[in-house]
Design a protein around this ligand. Structure first.
Ligand SMILES: NC(=O)c1ccc[n+]([C@@H]2O[C@H](COP(=O)([O-])OP(=O)(O)OC[C@H]3O[C@@H](n4cnc5c(N)ncnc54)[C@H](OP(=O)(O)O)[C@@H]3O)[C@@H](O)[C@H]2O)c1
Length: 294
């Protein structure tokens, strides 16, 4: 089996590579079908997904059976002012990969986001709910979903949220750094979602990739919280008093991008299909904080 991981240097890409190498995720062992798999890890230095010619040439050469696209422009505020780059990477780049996956006969796994939803729901969003992004990032990822589904018939869209992994930058590491440097941090308390460990997500991606059950999936940590509650738990697990985290409103925080107030996802399609083994966000976070080196 040949697997191509794009955006391989990012948080999720690194987690997938580590799990494929060791055969184990924190949740448990991955399928023995992956033993001996040839994994090609590619990032922008290898080929730029926005360039169809080099994407096609790389994929024709690698001949993957499965393409897992972890490449994205993930800076939500940055996307507001760099709309063309957001479109190129999160939508046109996905189209290029989907077209080449189709040509190669490969399965295509596209990672998407809770930010495709508006956030006005009063219960977790499931896979058939209508999307209505509020930010450029969300809109570009939504178009990426559409392109992936239109151009490759062997597509999985896997939406996740509030992701953190051992490599790369994320909210958990930022909170710990700010607490180390300043002793306190102010965090918004009026946006709710599901913190998700990249290790748990990667395990489920690899489970789905062995099936032909193409379609849309939600894959997030179980349980919900606000960013403030998430930060308070990070502080507690890292040995700081909970008073080190100060709540504020989104209006007070005043970020460039408009974010959904409620973007919790229900892992319904996973439960109905390969099974939902995603851990409670507090359990996964506890293991992460006991192991992370930052
Ligand atoms: N992070 C989150 O909280 C979150 C939440 C929901 C969904 N997601 C989705 O989950 C997926 C993985 O996210 P992540 O946090 O692992 O991302 P990440 O750490 O930002 O990694 C993305 C990788 O893609 C690379 N890349 C960017 N533009 C590229 C291009 N044109 N061609 C090839 N590679 C390119 C980046 O390189 P550079 O670093 O050099 O730009 C980086 O190595 C993404 O689809 C993201 O939208 C993330």
């Amino acid at each position: 089996m040949k697997i191509l991981i794009t955006g391989a240097k990012g948080q999720l890409g690194q987690e997938l590579i580590g799990i494929l190498k060791s055969g184990r995720a924190e949740i448990g062992a991955i399928s023995e079908s992956y033993a001996g798999a040839l994994v090609t890890a590619a990032d922008i230095e290898d080929f730029d997904i926005t360039d169809l010619k080099s994407t096609r040439s790389f994929i024709e050469n690698a001949k993957p059976d499965i393409i897992i696209n972890c490449a994205a422009m993930t800076n939500v505020d940055g996307c507001e002012t760099a709309r063309e780059a957001a479109f190129s990477i999160n939508a046109a780049g996905v189209r290029n990969l989907a077209v080449c996956a189709k040509e190669a006969g490969a399965k295509f796994i596209q990672i998407s986001t809770d930010y495709v939803f508006s956030g006005s729901a009063d219960r977790p969003y499931c896979e058939w709910d209508v999307i209505a992004p509020k930010s450029v990032y969300g809109a570009s990822k939504a178009l990426g979903e559409k392109y992936a589904l239109s151009f490759c018939d062997k597509t999985f869209i896997i939406r996740t949220s509030w992701l953190y992994g051992y490599e790369g930058k994320n909210f958990v590491k930022t909170v710990r750094r700010v607490l180390r440097e300043k002793g306190k941090i102010t965090v918004v308390d009026d946006q709710r979602g599901n913190p998700t460990g990249a290790n748990d997500l990667a395990y489920h991606i690899l489970k789905l990739a062995l099936t032909g059950d193409y379609g849309i999936y939600h894959c997030t940590g179980e349980g919900e919280c606000s960013w403030y509650e998430f930060a308070r738990e990070i502080a507690r697990l890292s040995g700081y008093g909970e008073e080190a985290v100060i709540p504020c409103t989104s209006k007070e925080y005043n970020s460039p991008a408009n974010r959904p107030a409620y973007s919790c996802l229900d892992n319904l399609a996973l439960r109905a299909g390969v099974g939902n083994e995603m851990r409670d966000w507090r359990i996964a976070l506890g293991e992460f904080i006991s192991k992370v080196k930052d």
